[in-house]
Design a protein around this ligand. Structure first.
Ligand SMILES: Nc1ncnc2c1ncn2[C@@H]1O[C@H](COP(=O)(O)OP(=O)(O)OP(=O)(O)O)[C@@H](O)[C@H]1O
Ligand SMILES: [Mg+2]
Length: 340
């Protein structure tokens, strides 16, 4: 680690990450001050300490009016030497600052790479586990339903409820493994004509129970004409469901959900807005990382899945959010999607 990095060591490493791009104001300020101090020190050293005895020495060595030109030349050369030394110091300081900044960028890139690898490994392990438990879960469901059928009418209500709970738990686990596998498996798009003006209200209808139980007011602003494109219908419906569900879950004590669709040229657009608690910039940076959730029962796969599907269609997804103000998710899709 260079001397300049050491100067900033008191701050934890992770706090560097948000300022990865752009100028490092602290570093620029430090080098400005350092350069000014160095220049000042060199000037004071020369003017107050070195120059008087040096000029006296030159006077003694080359005395009298006959040596005036020689004295002048020697004094001028020495002044030039000090000026160039000051310039050198400034240039070297700037070069060191650049080297140090590049070193830090490299270290940050390596850190990001290691982080991405860790996430990829986590995804692979989760997918493997999900794959391994899928068949035994299907077996368990079959046995439980068989048992329920065989004991039907002979069980006390409390015992029958117990078997229903076992079946419900198995179904939940199956849904979780399916979600993990859905995220992990490679996506093969099957594009067909899809109208976002139909997808949006269908999803709202599907979530109507949650929407009304959370006291959420829904506003649908659908484009006047169909917002149609060649898309993978199942995948786009799943993405919309994930995004709207996130908005609904964010407004547990009520709020307003707005969904708008638009077609501009060959671009399809859908915007989902909520008036929930919003997110900090740090949180927004993490939402596309798999298994990154703040919910007790969340998997943290909704947003990464949405991003994967949208990118596969050659589209874009953007999240704007502010704590206390709500969240705005915008997806943009090409009308004629070619798998990417
Ligand atoms: N509209 C939103 N408002 C506030 N926070 C949000 C919103 N959408 C996403 N988030 C945050 O992003 C995190 C990741 O979302 P994501 O959909 O990937 O996972 P999840 O909802 O936690 O779990 P699941 O896998 O069930 O979707 C959430 O846990 C939440 O903290
Ligand atoms: Mg979610």
């Amino acid at each position: 680690m260079s001397v300049f990095s050491r100067l900033f060591r008191s701050r934890p490493r992770s706090e560097w990450l948000p300022s990865r791009r752009g100028l490092n104001t602290r570093l620029i300020l430090l080098f400005t001050v350092l350069t000014m101090v160095l220049t000042g020190s060199v000037i004071i050293l020369w003017e107050k300490v070195l120059r008087p005895p040096f000029y006296q020495w030159v006077e003694r060595r080359y005395p009298g009016p006959a040596n005036a030109v020689t004295r002048d030349r020697i004094e001028q050369r020495t002044e030039h030497f000090f000026i160039s030394m000051t310039v050198d110091l400034v240039v070297v300081s700037i070069l060191l600052a650049i080297v140090d900044r590049n070193q830090r960028r490299l270290a940050e890139a390596n850190e990001q790479l290691a982080h991405n690898e860790k996430i990829a490994t986590l995804g692979r392990v989760a997918a493997q586990v999900a794959h391994e438990v899928r068949n035994p879960l299907a077996g368990l469901l079959l046995y439980s339903e068989h048992l329920k059928g065989r004991l039907d009418g002979t069980l006390a209500p409390a015992d029958a409820q117990l078997i229903d709970k076992i079946i419900a738990t198995i179904n939940n686990l199956t849904a979780t493994t399916e979600q993990i596998l859905n995220y992990a498996r490679p996506v093969t798009l099957a594009p067909k004509k899809v109208d976002l003006n139909e997808v949006a209200p269908d999803v709202v209808q599907l979530l109507s129970t949650e929407i009304s139980s959370h006291n959420i007011e829904t506003k649908l602003e659908l484009h006047g004409s169909p917002v149609t494109g060649m898309l993978d219908e199942a995948a786009i419906r799943a993405v919309t469901l994930n995004l709207v569900l996130n908005a609904v879950q964010a407004m547990s004590s009520g709020g307003q959900l707005s969904i708008a669709t638009r077609k501009t040229g060959d671009k399809l657009c859908m915007e989902i807005k909520d008036t929930g608690p919003g997110m900090t910039p740090e949180r927004i940076k993490q939402i596309f990382e798999p298994f990154n959730t703040t919910k007790a029962r969340g998997l943290g796969l909704g947003m990464p899945y949405a991003q994967k599907i949208i990118h596969r269609h050659g589209g874009k997804i953007r999240v704007d959010s502010e704590p206390g103000k709500g969240t705005h998710v915008k997806i943009e899709l090409p009308a004629d999607a070619h798998p990417h």
